[in-house]
Design a protein around this ligand. Structure first.
Ligand SMILES: Cc1ncc(COP(=O)(O)O)c(C=O)c1O
Length: 405
């Protein structure tokens, strides 16, 4: 069978594959604890549901303008004013089928074959694959050991004459780290001077914990948006617990947006009008659900940190936001794929190997589930790895004895 070389090289999404593996185990009646999930469990905001239902009830479910329906564009403009203190024009906005598609359409718009995009490890699993899908070259920057934030020097060492863009995700999936204001300021200055695009993926920016602060990139942008190299990606998936609605957006100069709209017009025409209506409802409606989610996640993060700190061998940095943390398990096992498989086999706990995010020896653990799943999940991991923990444990209603340490 002859298939595209490029397409065959695109990796399966490891997180979606893990979700499927966990689902299959559960279906077989296995008491799986899923600490690999990438979506909050809270309910979709009522304003989103009502707005979506009202649109459906009209019976008029049609194509929309590619860039999005006016009410959603208006809501995104208002959101940008509220959260970024930045006034933008409707022609600076493209609504997409999830932030993922915004990033894809943007890369398609910016890159020529062989152009390089700098990606900082640990990184969201999809960045390198999306860059490759438009014939670009992902260039991975790994900060000095043990730190989740790169220095400007780390980044500069990877800049070449082929560097077209740098993509930054802060708060960060998978580490939960927020990059310092100094770094963001330096990046903006560097990119604006050198003519390199700076893509800010802010999908987790509302999920920031009390002692931490996220600063909108526009604070550092001196140029007019029309001349600026800074592009913002955002969406409703994480903060509004609307992963299944698939609505995200990009904010860029009118010139870039115009081309992105042509790209979007030829690949999806537009995101579904029902889901756009839902997103407009969520953005324009009561915001207390976001704050409740943030508080729940902060509480869950504290519980997970307490549990993890009871391990001698694990090194962990408390997350500043998101619903992930990335502890270093290398004292137990350096091969994170092997370790992750071992934990599913022995303890029925799903984690995501750090290797998928460009950091070997680590595991990404999510705390967007219940407190019970967090405490039991970490206890099971401890039982499987730590010789000092009791060697018997109940998993579901079966008693297991550890015989491998
Ligand atoms: C850093 C980051 N960016 C973008 C996305 C994609 O968001 P969406 O579900 O809106 O496509 C995710 C989802 O996991 C993410 O973690």
């Amino acid at each position: 069978m002859s298939l595209s070389q490029l397409a065959r090289e695109i990796k399966e999404s490891p997180t979606l594959a893990l979700n499927e593996a966990a689902r299959q185990l559960r279906e077989r009646g296995e008491p799986v604890i899923h600490l690999g999930a990438g979506e909050p469990k809270s309910k979709v905001p009522m304003d989103a549901i009502l707005s979506c239902a009202a649109k459906l009830k009209t019976g008029e479910v049609r194509y929309t303008p590619t860039e999005g329906i006016p009410s959603l564009i208006k809501a995104i403009i208002r959101y940008t004013e509220d959260h970024y203190n930045k006034v933008i024009d409707p022609k600076n906005v493209l609504a997409t089928a999830g932030a993922k598609q915004a990033i894809y359409n943007l890369m398609m718009t910016l890159l020529n074959p062989q152009d390089e995009v700098i990606i900082v490890a640990p990184y969201w699993v999809s960045y390198p694959e999306i860059v490759k899908m438009v014939y670009g070259i992902p260039v991975i920057v790994t900060p000095e050991s043990g730190r989740f934030e790169p220095t400007m020097e780390d980044i500069l060492q990877s800049v070449s004459s082929y560097t077209k863009a740098i993509i930054i995700n802060s708060p960060n999936n998978p580490s939960g780290a927020i990059y310092s204001e100094d770094l963001i300021g330096e990046l903006v200055e560097f990119c604006e001077n050198k003519g390199i695009y700076l893509i800010m993926d802010d999908i987790y920016h509302q999920l920031v914990f009390s002692d931490s602060k996220w600063t909108p990139v526009y604070k550092f942008v001196k140029k007019d948006l029309e001349d600026s190299k800074v592009i913002v990606i955002n969406g409703v998936s994480k903060s509004y617990a609307m992963t299944g609605f698939r609505i995200g957006w990009a904010i860029a100069s009118k010139k870039i947006t115009e081309v992105m709209i042509n790209v979007a017009a030829q690949n999806t025409s537009c995101p579904s009008v029902l889901l756009q209506a839902a997103a407009a409802g969520a953005l324009g409606g009561l915001q207390n659900g976001v704050e409740n989610l943030r508080l729940t996640l902060e509480n869950n993060a504290n519980i997970m940190m307490n549990e993890l700190n009871s391990f001698n061998g694990i090194k962990t940095v408390a997350p500043a936001g998101t619903f992930y943390c990335l502890p270093d398990f290398s004292a137990y096992e350096k091969d994170s794929v092997k370790l992750s498989k071992f934990l599913v086999d022995k303890a029925r706990v799903v984690t995501v190997p750090g290797k998928e995010f460009g950091l070997e020896g680590y595991l990404r653990l999510s705390y967007c589930g219940t407190v019970k799943s967090i405490t039991q999940g970490i206890q099971r991991i401890k039982w499987a790895l730590d010789p000092e923990s009791p060697n018997e444990i109940y998993i579901g209603d079966r008693k297991f004895r550890r015989d491998w340490l």
